[in-house]
Each structure stands twice: as C-alpha cells, then as structure tokens.
Design a protein. Structure first.
Lengths: 442, 442
C-alpha cells in the first residue's frame, strides 16, 4: 500500500479550519511511524516537536488568510546532497558523515521562506551517482525505489511528505518517480538555484518528486520566485499557480535509447496511452512520420556514452581530492568513474560538449513540428533488488538536452508503477505542465 | 621596497642545480619573515617545514628532468574563499572562522597535481565583496592593496609567492594588481573551474595575481588542463606554455566609466603609453574615430549599476541564510547589499541579464575593428587608508563583459604603481597574452 497525498488539494480546507497543516503533518508523521522502519527514506529527521510547532504557526496563518504561499506548512523532504542549516549533509558518502555546511541551500532557504517545513534529509546514492543507499520501494520492499533521489521518491510514495527535493544529471528524478509511482519534475537546466546543493555538473538540475502536478509546480515556483535559478539563468518561468490544462494538438512519440530494451508490458502500456491520446484528438508523430525525428533519435543514441564521458570529466574534481583523503571511503563504482575520468583530457571533453550542443540544436528544431515529446520514463517497473537503481535509458534524454521533463504515474507494468514521460522544450516548463494537466485527465 | 619574483624565470637554473625550488622557497620565506608582520597578506599558513620538504622533492624532480609542470615547486597563495584541504577557509567572515570544506578546490587540487605548493591562505574582503581585511599595500603601508583579492596581490608584490589565486566579480583582480604593481589576469568567464571556490556569481571568474605574464599563464594553464573550466565551459584555451609575443595592428583605447574620474597623473601615464604604442606602429582607435566604439562606451556606463543589481540578487542567497544564523556577523556593507537585494524581484533580475547580454553583443562586434582594448586598470594609485579597497570603474568592464583582462604593471602615478589594462574578446585569452607580451616590451 502506498499513499502519496497532495498538499495543494488538502489546503482547500485550511482556511475554514476543517483541516489544517497540523492535521496534514500528523498524517505524515503517522505514515512515517508506520513505514519508515522498512522503507528507510530518511538519513536525518527534524525533531517532530519542532515540525509540529511550525505546522501550528502555518495553521494559524491559513486560518487568518495570511499564508506565506500555497506551500505554507507543507512538509518537505530534502535530498541529502542539498544543504540544510539544521541537519547535516552526508551526500550518501562516509566521507561526509555528519558534515555541516553551516547554511541552507538556496532552495531550502526559499522553501522555508515560503512556509514549508523541511522534515528530513532523504537518502541519496553516493554523491548523487550510482552506488545505492538502503531505501526500499514502498510498492514492493524487494525492489529498488530507483536513484539517485531514492528517499525523496519513496517518501512521497509512502505519504511521508507531498514533495521531496531531488536532483537529476542522468535519470535521478524521472526514474525513481517512475518506479515509485509519483510525479517527478526535472526543470530546464538552470531553472532552480543550485547554491548549496552538491550537484554541480553541467547537465544537473534540481527538481522535485511530488504527490501531484500541482504540488510539483507550486513547490518549485515558490522557490524560484524567491531565489531564482542558477546565477546567470532566468530561473523557472511561468505563473506562481499551477498552469491550466491545455490539450496539445501535436505530440512527438519519442523512441529514446530505452525503446529497444523496454519490456513487453511497458510497450503495451505506452501503446494503450498513445491510443487514448489519439482518440481524444491529439496527433502523434513518430520517426516513421518525419525524417527529422528519426535523425534526432539517431543522435540521441549517443546520450548515454556522451553523458558518461561528460560526467566522468566533470567528476574528476572533487573525486580526486576525496581519493587523496581516503580512497577506501569511495565505492567501487566511484573508483571506476575516476579511472574513466583520468583517461580523458580537456580536448575530449570539449568535443563532447560540442556534440551535446549539436543534439540540443536538433531537438530545439523539433519545436516546429510538435509541442512536446511523449515517451516512457523507464523500460519497465522497478527491478528486484537494491544493488542497482535501474536503467536510465529513457530518463537520460531530458538530461542531455537540458530540457524540462515530467514523469506522470499513469501507467502500470505487471501491476507495478510505470511513468509516462513528457519532455518539453527549453524554458517551456510551464507549457509542459499545461500539457501534462491535460494528458493526466485523458 | 617590493620584490615580485618570477618563478618561470628562476626555473631556467633548476635543471643545472645552480638554483632550485628550495632556494626559491627560502627567498620567499625570508621575505615573509621580513615583511608579513606589517603587510598581513596571510590568514593561515602552511608549516614551513612541510613546504620545505615539498620544495626539496620538486628540486629533485627538476634536477632529474622529471618536473611535473613548469610550476612544479612554485609557492602559491590561495585567496581565502577557495577551499584547501590542509587549511581552513574563512571567507573573510567571522561566520566561517576555522570552517573546513574537507576538500581542495578544483584549482588548488590541480595546482598541487602540477607540483605547486600552496603555502598559505590570503586575505580576502568579506565574502570577496567590499568589507576590507587588514592587508596593507607593500608599496606604501598607509594605502590599501585593493580588493577583494588583497592578500594574493600584496603577497606577490612583497615576494611572498610568485602567483596568488584570486577571484573577480567586479574589480577584484585587476584593481589590486594595479595598486600593488603586479600582473593580474582575469580570464574569460568560466575558464577556470570554480568548484570548491565560494565565488558563485554569474560574472565571477577565478584568476591569478602574478610576478610576470609567464607566471600568470603557466599557473592557470597548468590548472585548466587538469580540471578544466566551470562545468559546461571549454576551459582556458591556448598552449600550455606562455603564448609568444605578437604585435597588434589595431587596438581600441577604451574610455570606460572610470575615464571621467581618473587622476591627471593617470591620464598622463595613459597618453604616454598610447604615444609609445603609436610610435611602434600600433593603430589606436577611440570613440572619436568610430561610432560603434562610442555606442559601446555609452552602454558601458551602465556596467556599475547593472553589476550592483545582478550581484545583489545573486547574493541574496547565501546572505539570507547567514543573516538567519547571526546577522551581527555580517558587515554593514553586506547588510546594505541584502536590503538592496530584498527590494529586487526575479523580473528585474531577468531584465538586467538581458541588458548585460546586449552589452556583451555590442562588445563582441568590436572584434571586427580591433584586436583588443587598452585602458587603465584604475583611476589612479592606491588610495590612502584601509577603509576602502578603491574604485572599480575601470576594472568592472571585463567583469560585466565576461571577457579576459590583464593588468600590466607598466605605469606609475605620483611614483606609485598603476596598471595598464588590456581587455580581450571572449575565449581569446591566449591571444590577449600574445598581445600583452608585445606591449610589455614597448
């Protein structure tokens, strides 16, 4: 049993007092008491007494019509690569046990300013890469929740909090959203200020795992209006309130590198939703309709090796300084990445950046024929075991493109959750939400 | 008396054993013993015994022809916003007394990998902004060394180290280089990896204060080839060895916002060097020759207010989280900046970014009529007193442009040092050095 609960929906009853942020928090704390022992979404938690006091203050503000924002009083989970002033930041690595940056990250500060209550730090893989943490999938404890934003995804699915901050450089939001059956939003590159978040790579974005589209949008728009995007970037663009549903005329069904390895069930689920889209009057284009889609998809086959190369170079630091400190505290996966990185040189990296730029340009030109892309979020349900966080072949497209992506928990494969992924064009995050709100109702 | 000493020049005698990195270090340590008490360039120092042991190892490598790089064994100073694993990083703020990031910054790691010896952390203004530290100008102890890279500039001038890492978001490398009579190099935005350096703003660059052009180039190129530039940027481009001198045909004499406030002596010094350039056959263009120069200079009058606005928004975080912690530990200047920032909104910031982009585009088009720009580095010599780090009106141009800038210690005003500034086009850092090497000989 899972129980993702929308804070934005619940807040309709906060002004009248029929319900309150305190009531919402109590339900979350009860869910945590009931299931955290088996799920292990958290690495550190705020004292519940402090959370209750803050929820009571928010409850008063809502009763007085003086809430700070639409997420005032919302309990949030914070991926443990993102700094919090009141909890340590461990980065999923023994090198950072109990480490403190002595500040809030920009996103955490903004969420507090909007009245949200960071109730805990959530499990991340080691340095938001591949080596898994202990978190289990709330839908099936024998399966991975996906990574690297493992605890934020599992925590939303289990009803611990309606929104959990996450980061994605390969597939770290879209993939766990798919596996845990929650909404996942990775915005346009640079849209959310990464200050104080230890995800510095050139295709890494901060985003959110959430109980609903509205929770996802409300959380990130409240953050962006307060602290903006990365320095030099315009930040998440769009209205403060969730964009109204807008039915798209033309969507591009994208056969990413994951297509060939997707399960039969995943293919069937996708065909079924595609049929529903067509019935409601959405025109679907594929590589068989347009040569420019085929050409783009051919370029996209390079997404994974290109990302590996870029990430390996961009990770050389700080891995080298960590290795100098105590190489035994790096996982085998990280030590392998260092070996890959050490074989590179700056010329190879520059060539990779140029190739990535050409893929992005090809994608941008698709905006002339379609309003967004639709595809799967993962090749199938969460795999059994906790040793791997799963395959990123579908999730990686938006990462390499720097484009906004949404995973909608609309599909199932073998009774387990599977995400439908929408990928938008750069800076058109709000439009992607409008389309998603329409697709969700189909 | 000052005594900047070039390591690259000295290294000519390292293979033969006529001199050695250990000899170079001993001279630096003697200079430190003699003058650090009155100059106060350092906030933390490496144990000299450790530095000596490292210099001895480098001495052996040079004797064996096995030096790691052209800066193997070079003592370097590290501005105290840049993390070092063996020394705390205080950021010029009581909020960070004795704080440790538990890692080397990318640039520090790379300089060590190249064999350099970080011998100390150097004084920075509070968070690399305006509130000054205790450092005094080696040319006149009653005067500021300039900021924010105060200790790195003063340390080079006093012969404590031939290269000091610095950062510039307004005028923090070019200005102290001018005041202290040393070379200052602020590269193209993104050219040096800022990982682990707490200068996150969108026009902030890491660069170097140095005893010679060759020391400046050798230091940064050794770093860039090892850890590249900021993630997603190509990194400092050009040869590993200092670019050969190349006499320019056409330079643009830029009358920045500082022109109107420059001293008579500064104007006279500039006219004199301009005359020398013309005599050697360099054609000099000014706003009186070409309307596009005049138009660009008019746009540039907005550099300072625009930078203030951009910096205020981009500083809101982390200043807000520091203020929440203990506002009494922020200087009055910082508290003012927070007030400015709080009055802004993301819309104003986006407009400022757009205006900055238009100034950059106007500058880029000047590449069609000139090979680089030449101007002053400061409106006059270092001002008396330590309360202010001086006027940034000349230094700010390259910051707002994201362009490479070099300050050459070629001029004097009232017997005190004054820099001649060369500003190049984006990513043409190596060509700027080639031009500078030619100008330096005129």
């Amino acid at each position: 049993m899972t129980g993702a609960k929308s804070y934005i929906s619940a807040s309709a009853d906060f002004a009248s007092g029929k319900s309150s942020p305190r009531d919402f928090l109590e339900a979350a704390l009860a869910a945590i008491d009931a299931r955290e022992g088996e799920i292990e979404a958290f690495v550190a938690r705020l004292d519940p007494a402090i959370a209750r006091a803050r929820a009571d203050e928010a409850s008063k503000r809502w009763r007085n019509g003086a809430q700070r924002s639409s997420i005032d009083g919302m309990p949030v989970g914070i991926k443990d690569v993102i700094e919090t002033i009141d909890m340590p930041t461990g980065m999923g690595s023994p090198l950072y046990d109990n480490w403190r940056g002595e500040k809030d990250s920009a996103s955490v500060w903004a969420s507090r300013d909007a009245g949200a209550i960071p109730i805990g730090k959530t499990v991340t893989t080691e340095f938001a890469a591949s080596h898994p943490g202990p978190t289990r999938n709330p839908h099936d404890l024998a399966r991975t929740p996906g990574g690297s934003s493992s605890g934020s995804a599992a925590g939303v699915a289990a009803g611990f909090f309606p929104a959990g901050l996450g980061t994605q450089v390969v597939g770290s939001i879209v993939r766990p959203a798919s596996y845990c059956g929650v909404f996942g939003f990775k915005p346009t590159f640079g849209a959310i200020n990464r200050g104080g978040s230890h995800d510095y790579m050139s295709q890494s974005s901060q985003g959110v795992l959430a109980a609903s589209l509205n929770d996802a949008w409300s959380t990130l728009s409240a953050i962006a209006m307060r602290v903006g995007g990365d320095p030099g970037y315009p930040g998440l663009e769009g209205p403060l309130t969730p964009p109204e549903a807008r039915k798209p005329k033309v969507l591009i069904a994208l056969e990413t590198p994951g297509w060939a390895i997707a399960s039969e069930g995943a293919h069937a689920a996708f065909e079924s939703i595609k049929a529903r889209l067509i019935i409601t009057g959405v025109h679907i284009l594929t590589r068989r309709d347009r040569p420019e889609i085929e050409a783009f998809e051919t370029m996209l086959m390079r997404a994974l090796p290109l990302t590996r190369l870029i990430n390996a170079w961009e990770s050389l630091w700080p891995l080298n300084t960590y290795a100098d400190r105590d190489v035994s505290k790096l996982s085998a996966i990280m030590r392998e990445r260092m070996v890959e990185g050490a074989e590179l040189n700056i010329g190879g990296y520059r060539a990779a950046l140029a190739e990535r730029a050409s893929i992005r340009a090809a994608f941008a030109s698709l905006a002339q024929i379609g309003e967004a892309c639709v595809t799967l979020s993962a090749p199938g349900p969460a795999p059994l075991g906790l040793q791997s966080t799963g395959d990123p072949s579908f999730a990686i497209a938006a990462s390499v493109l720097g484009a906004p992506a949404l995973s909608l928990p609309m599909l199932t494969d073998d009774t387990l959750p599977l995400g439908l992924q929408l990928i938008g064009f750069e800076r058109a995050d709000a439009d992607l939400f409008a389309i998603a709100a329409s697709v969700e109702q189909m």
